[in-house]
Write a protein that binds this ligand. Sequence first.
Ligand code: ADP
Ligand code: MG
Length: 327
Amino acid sequence: MASLRLFSTNHQSLLLPSSLSHNPLTSSSPRFVKNPSRRSPIRSVLQFNRKPELAGETPRIVVITSGKGGVGKTTTTANVGLSLARYGFSVVAIDADLGLRNLDLLLGLENRVNYTCVEVINGDCRLDQALVRDKRWSNFELLCISKPRSKLPMGFGGKALEWLVDALKTRPEGSPDFIIIDCPAGIDAGFITAITPANEAILVTTPDITALRDADRVTGLLECDGIRDIKMIVNRVRTDMIRGEDMMSVLDVQEMLGLSLLGAIPEDSEVIRSTNRGFPLVLNKPPTLAGLAFEQAAWRLVEQDSMKAVMVEEEPKKRGFFSFFGG
Ligand code: ADP
Ligand code: MG
């Protein structure tokens, strides 16, 4: 029987992300630097003998979207965002999921969010007061649009988010390398707001038909908005189900959506465990398969690289002696 496996075009990205040999909690690497992009590369990167080369104009403004809810947008934002920070880039993650904000929970930063973008826009606080700096990686900051369960504030739309992104670019400590925006599910006002400042997108989907239909619709909307650089992450992949032909393969998904592939993340119970602990998967020691896949996806994002999903025919079993006799 044919089995399906994933291969990367980028040999380097198949290597173990070394960052996992580095404990962020006990590390003596600098916690706060004025311009994190200029600090010396962290140990993790040195194991590749280089830091990923940042391609494209900075800041890279990336929206993480899907259409369907519950496919892993917030998980991707947290893990890709922290991986970028561990590679030495300065990152601001914006939680643009208004009603169902939970990026702060995944990152374990929920108790430190005192102000949100709404207060910044209203002039009740400064932008730097609304930015929550991660204690593990000081070059990672979180910005929430509003308080949990609150409605989209009147007048808060794409223009307001663009204004905030511009303010981030002109901060005295310098513009971040990456601004990543966790988009809400659906294609209504919240979605439009989240995609407005972005110039590239990561489309997260699971290999099921409902998520794919939504992903296809969202791809069209992103293109209409002028976002042409769209890469996808296929999440919750189960090779046992693919082998049993109960789940679409990553190759099938790629052929259906026609997007370049940034990563394929296996279904992993550690994701749920790490979500509940507020400790993103990529920080786990020992590494988990899904954590490694997120790190590799982040590496490809930096270099504007992609991977290829290919179908590999399993070698037919060697015929035994008795097969000559029809055994
Ligand atoms: P979204 O932001 O798209 O609504 P989330 O990132 O909140 O989705 O993920 C929804 C749920 O799926 C969470 O409980 C999360 O832990 C779980 N999840 C996401 N990715 C995986 C994975 N690769 N393996 C197992 N569970 C996952
Ligand atoms: Mg979410």
